[in-house]
Design a protein around this ligand. Sequence first.
Ligand SMILES: Nc1ncnc2c1ncn2[C@@H]1O[C@H](COP(=O)(O)OP(=O)(O)O)[C@@H](O)[C@H]1O
Ligand SMILES: [Mg+2]
Length: 264
Amino acid sequence: MLSLENVTVTFNAGTPNEVRALRDLSLQVDKGEFVTVIGSNGAGKSTLFNVISGAVPPAAGRIVLDGDDITYMPEYRRSHAIGRVFQDPRLGTCPGLTIRENLSLAAIHGRSASFRRDVKKEQESWFIEQLEREHLGLERRLDADVALLSGGQRQAVTLVMATLTQPQLLLLDEHTAALDPNAAEQVINLTQQLASSQELSVVMITHSMQQACVLGDRVIMMDQGRIVFEIAGEERKNLQPADLIERFHSLDSGAELSDRQLLG
Ligand SMILES: Nc1ncnc2c1ncn2[C@@H]1O[C@H](COP(=O)(O)OP(=O)(O)O)[C@@H](O)[C@H]1O
Ligand SMILES: [Mg+2]
């Protein structure tokens, strides 16, 4: 479904501030697969998402999404195929607009006028159905300004909006890190529900070793722009946060995990 082949991203190339944020990185994600990504601060996790979504160009390598070479495709042309949710609940929705208005914007995103007319109603009922399942009470607040919602409610709306146009790939960048534990759990439940009902391919960056162990099919550890190990299959089944921390320390890379990662 998604394939990165030997992708390198360099910032400020040829200057004293040169940063090699991704180094010859290769990654394959299958259709319907759910991959979690962990790693120290500055490991290159968000840059990985930026290069997949087209916000940052690669200096070398190739990116293929569902058979199409998208390496140099502009960001706006691939955005309908890639849903993305960030850590900050304010980034995914537009304040001053209601849930319903935000929803309309998401529904027409990247679509033709005739498509817009045909599917809007259908999408609204699908959207409400998704929100109802998590019992967040949002389906009754469709005409409320999103600025009045809690962080968790806003992330839930963002998540459903990001999957509304049935993207092939969903990229989640620590999307529960700013939420309290209860809200985080609800947003995670919604994430799993959306991923499995739509057979989405999901890549989720998380600061939580616990989330990395419990969610998805495969864990990837990044360090200094590289994937330093992957855990899948049998080994993944009984994986504990302590195992991940031990594997990380045995790398002896000099990078440190934050307290939040060690305790969270
Ligand atoms: N736009 C940019 N310009 C210059 N350096 C950047 C830019 N984006 C990221 N970096 C650098 O690239 C490295 C990887 O950053 P990032 O991908 O944000 O790490 P992570 O998400 O794992 O914390 C860091 O050293 C960061 O400072
Ligand atoms: Mg990041």
